[in-house]
Ligand binder design. Structure first.
Ligand code: NAP
Length: 242
């Protein structure tokens, strides 16, 4: 089969590596990062041009099945993928890693979006470890009572909070490293999105008694959804021949 994987995540790369011997794999990347980790198989880069553009791509590239393995917060791409699959009749599925849950003793504040997260500052904390990604930093602009350690892969652009130190780093991160960051910067609140995956920062925050403001995931469309690359590969194997 010709499989289009909407990527940009570890799971997307894992799936491409798993199925590259069985299927013709094309991974699509948005083109946000300057040196992305390249998955196995073919790679295309850049937006499709909305639902219509993706629908046309599915037809022109003779795609048999689409796997949306984008990040849990890439809500627009996920919505477009669902609509393009419906419009074209190409079967689609979602590979989405599970979210995180609090452990006993954790102080977590779950909020619906970044604006609500910013609204809890400075009440919950003033020295903020912000790991919501460079595209989300604008929501915290104006929170000048707080100091921010903002970590992202690519440099964030203004507007951003006046007192911000930017840390350009790409994971995976270790508990020891996160512990050291929290201590060195006297962090008293962690603001993050419920991305799931490696939870080193949450373990380190738990150890240090640092509260967490956790932005909830956007809802998923009604499509088959699996939590791991292995489960996605199995789902593809069971798909009737097209
Ligand atoms: P988004 O807001 O949901 O998507 C905005 C637009 O970007 C889409 O309408 C589409 O443009 C294009 N796009 C997004 N993902 C694409 C892909 N895999 N291939 C081709 N075009 C894509 O997406 P986002 O949150 O900016 O995320 C962009 C990429 O970064 C995704 O691949 C995602 O997996 C990855 N990522 C996101 C986050 C995050 O926190 N959001 C974190 C880590 C990695 P058109 O309408 O023109 O098709």
């Amino acid at each position: 089969m010709r499989v289009l994987i909407l990527g940009g995540t570890t799971e997307a790369r894992e799936l491409a590596a798993l199925i590259a011997g069985e299927h013709h794999v094309i991974t699509s990347l948005a083109g946000r990062t300057t040196s992305p980790r390249r998955p196995a198989g073919e790679v295309r880069i850049g937006g499709f041009g909305g639902v219509d553009g993706l629908t046309a791509y599915l037809r022109d590239a003779a795609i048999d099945v689409l796997v949306d393995a984008t990040h849990p917060f890439a809500a627009t791409m996920t919505r477009h993928a669902h609509q393009a699959c419906q419009a074209s009749g190409v079967p689609g599925m979602i590979l989405r890693r599970p979210g995180w849950s609090a452990s006993p003793g954790d102080e977590w504040h779950r909020v619906a979006d970044l604006e609500a997260a910013a609204g809890l500052l400075p009440r919950v904390g003033r020295r903020v470890f912000l790991t919501t990604g460079r595209q989300g930093i604008a929501a915290f602009a104006g929170r000048d009572e707080c100091w921010f350690l903002a970590r992202s892969v690519e440099p964030p652009e203004p507007p951003m909070p006046r007192r911000t130190e930017v840390l350009l780093e790409r994971g995976p991160f270790t508990v020891a490293g996160e512990r050291a960051l929290i201590a060195a910067h006297r962090i008293d609140v962690l603001v993050t999105k419920d991305s799931g995956g490696t939870d080193a920062k949450l373990v380190a925050a738990r150890e240090a008694g640092v509260p967490v403001i956790m932005v909830d995931r956007p809802p998923l469309p009604a499509a088959p959804t699996v939590p791991t690359a292995e489960a996605a590969a199995t789902w593809l194997r069971r798909l009737p021949d097209r």
